[in-house]
Design a protein around this ligand. Structure first.
Ligand code: SAM
Length: 275
């Protein structure tokens, strides 16, 4: 069997007797028009290596394989293994399956020194920790095209001064060019989640901060947004308070949500020098 001879995803799920499990955050995309659109937004194709987290029944996986990309799929739920092995055979071996928790995957080892893109309809319960791992970890993906709850996707791309702007916005935008590229209604999923979803696309910035600067950025953003209604001199008290703000060229009376990404990088640099 080849990719274009595969039965509809609903039939494949029924044939394998598979139902969505809440504990794994399973909300499936069974409409190949939607998964093909996500694959197009990911801008991957022949010669690219994609790491897909949570292939589940393989709808997005099929669309990624159709582009000619090579896919390494990381799935925590072993029930999907037989179905994904069939997909791997239909792809002529372009799909490799790893049955493991993506939180512990060593992406650098999977990529083996070559660029790799991450594409996923993420399980919402681990979406944010996975994103933080990819934004701040040792392995920098060539691009990330990721489905989140819409509220999380909006936080990733939010501008200063907005309600959605927070720690995730600063970490994402300091390291990446980030934008929301597609809204997806709850009814597109089986079973539908309670909230709407959206796809965010992130590509690495050329001036991505080096690891020590990123660690300091994580510390100052955690403190500043941990008490986002307070003035910086108070929320950053444990890290240097007013003196730290002045060293970074910021008003100690400002609040975290008004500080842009360069402002937070200045705070991170001032904190590194002082600590
Ligand atoms: N990609 C499929 C689709 O679009 O229909 C399924 C997406 S579903 C939202 C999330 C998938 O991630 C499920 O297959 C689930 O079993 C898997 N998953 C959940 N937690 C995981 C983890 N920690 N590591 C790897 N996969 C995980």
């Amino acid at each position: 069997m080849t990719l274009d001879q595969l039965p509809p995803l609903r039939d494949t799920l029924a044939e394998h007797g598979l139902l969505a499990k809440k504990s794994f955050g399973q909300h499936f995309l069974l409409d190949l028009n939607i998964t093909r659109k996500i694959a197009r937004l990911a801008q991957v194709g022949e010669g690219d290596h994609v790491i897909e987290v949570g292939p589940g029944p393989g709808g997005l996986t099929r669309a990624l394989l159709e582009t000619g990309a090579r896919v390494t799929a990381v799935e925590a739920d072993p029930r999907f293994a037989p179905l994904l092995e069939e997909l791997s055979a239909a792809s002529g071996g372009a799909l490799t399956l790893r049955l493991e928790d993506a939180l512990t995957t060593d992406e650098a080892a999977v990529a083996a020194g070559a660029p790799a893109h991450i594409v996923s309809n993420l399980p919402y319960n681990v979406g944010t920790p996975l994103l933080i791992k990819w934004l701040t970890g040792a392995f920098t993906p060539a691009s990330m095209t990721l489905m989140f709850q819409k509220e999380v996707a909006d936080r990733i791309a939010a501008a200063p001064g907005t309600e959605a702007y927070g720690r995730l916005s600063v970490l994402a935008q300091a390291t990446s060019h980030a934008q929301v590229v597609m809204d997806v209604p709850a009814r597109a999923f089986t079973p539908p989640p309670k909230v709407a979803s959206a796809v965010a696309r992130l590509t690495p910035r050329e001036d991505r901060p080096e690891p020590v600067r990123l660690t300091a950025l994580q510390q100052v953003t955690a403190a500043a947004f941990g008490q986002r209604r307070k003035m910086l001199r108070s929320s950053l008290k444990a890290l240097g308070g007013e003196a730290l703000c002045l060293a970074a060229g910021l008003s100690p009376e400002a609040r975290a949500e008004t500080i842009d990404v360069p402002g937070f990088l200045a705070l991170a640099d001032a904190y590194r020098i002082r600590s």
